[in-house]
Design a protein around this ligand. Structure first.
Ligand SMILES: Cc1ncc(COP(=O)(O)O)c(C=O)c1O
Length: 366
């Protein structure tokens, strides 16, 4: 083989390597390959908690494996009672599912059965939307304000006599903005007499704003969806819950083939133990803030504006950076920089550990 052939082969091999690495990163991102088994890939795509599950939850889950030959009735009730105590409600105000996504699906099915439409901000958390549309619930999407806040007034204006559900995610995803509690409360009081309000509080624990749980007794149309996937670090274990008036919980349960049976006993044990581990929650919140500050400093240095985050992710504008941020991060084995608005320069990145965010910062500011 002469030198030219050798060079050509070398270039082709390099291109194939770059291509396969890119492909590999995308495969990892789509969860076809577990990222944890690849030591040098930092996965920042799905707002998972990089610290969890809590040590207490791990222990409880391992112990429960031995008892997982039994159906989980008693332990489900225990979890519902524990959640109820935390939010000053009764177990009849609580239903659980395999992740809050399951319950977002149940509530949209409940709305679809009323034959009408739903109103939701855009962009927002969209996972539940295709199934909702497929069961007959068209969704009117309402753009955020110019400063990327949920436009409550415009959402109200978009409602018509056929609107059966309004979806709000607070703090918002992908923006991580928060609607102040007093404004949200007024909105709920205004809308709840008219239709279902599905309030997704997946990230409230990362913020300093309160849950709206205290309103569920007075407003049967209000359903609050919450999850063990974020602050409790159990995304893969699949556990979520909804808080609502008991009559609404009963309606939701009637739409589940086997109500309150979605979570395995192993996961239920972990969820119960998580609720007992406030120390771990405080630790995760603090670490998230520290890691976020590292990322903010890097964004400031790189000249990229961002929204103040009330969650475990940051929404930032890559326009002034001049380079393709996603590509740059992927070249540094950091995956998950995603866009949620067609043609936009805004991107979302989940917050990892402080060590991981230092690597992000190095990649962006080198
Ligand atoms: C706003 C929001 N709601 C719900 C979910 C789904 O959570 P779960 O894992 O409980 O299904 C997510 C997951 O990213 C989310 O961001």
């Amino acid at each position: 083989m002469d030198r030219r052939q050798l060079l050509k082969q070398g270039t082709m091999a390099a291109a194939a390597f770059a291509f396969s690495r890119d492909l590999f990163a995308r495969e990892v991102e789509r969860n076809f390959i577990a990222p944890d088994i690849i030591a040098d890939v930092i996965k920042l795509s799905s707002n998972e908690n990089p610290h969890g599950p809590s040590p207490k939850a791990r222990k409880a889950m391992m112990e429960m494996v031995n008892r997982s030959n039994r159906y989980p009735w008693e332990i489900t009730t225990q979890l519902r009672e524990k959640i109820a105590a935390k939010y000053d409600l009764t177990k009849d105000h609580i239903t659980v599912g395999a992740g809050s996504s399951e319950l977002l699906g149940v509530v949209s099915l409940m709305a679809a059965l009323q034959k009408g439409n739903a109103v939701a901000p855009d962009p927002t958390f969209r996972l539940w939307m295709p199934a909702a549309r497929n069961v007959g619930l068209p969704i009117k999407l309402v753009p955020l304000t110019e400063s990327k806040e949920t436009d409550l007034q415009r959402m109200k204006d978009s409602m018509d006599s056929d609107t059966k559900m309004v979806y709000i995610c607070n703090p918002g995803n992908p923006t991580s903005n928060i609607i102040p509690a007093n404004e949200l409360e007024l909105f709920i009081k205004d809308i709840a007499p008219k239709c279902i309000i599905l309030l997704d509080e997946a990230y409230t624990e990362f913020s300093d704003e309160p849950t709206m749980a205290k309103l569920v007794n007075d407003y049967p149309n209000l359903v609050i969806a919450k999850t063990f996937s974020k602050i409790y670090g159990m995304a893969g274990a699949r556990a979520g819950f909804a808080l609502a008036h008991p009559t609404t919980i009963q309606k939701m349960n009637s739409l589940q083939p086997w109500a309150n049976a979605g979570i395995s006993s192993v996961t239920l044990a972990g969820a119960i133990a998580s609720l007992d581990d406030q120390e771990f929650v405080t630790h995760c919140k603090k670490e998230n803030e520290k890691a976020k500050n590292i990322f903010y400093a890097a964004l400031n240095k790189a000249g990229m504006p961002y929204l103040q985050s009330h969650t475990s992710f940051v929404y930032f504008n890559t326009a002034p950076f001049g380079k393709d941020v996603r590509k740059l991060l992927e070249e540094n084995n950091i995956i998950g920089c995603r866009t949620f608005e067609d043609g936009s320069t805004w991107r979302r990145l989940s917050i990892g550990t402080t060590e991981e965010m230092k690597k992000v910062a190095e990649a962006l500011t080198a």
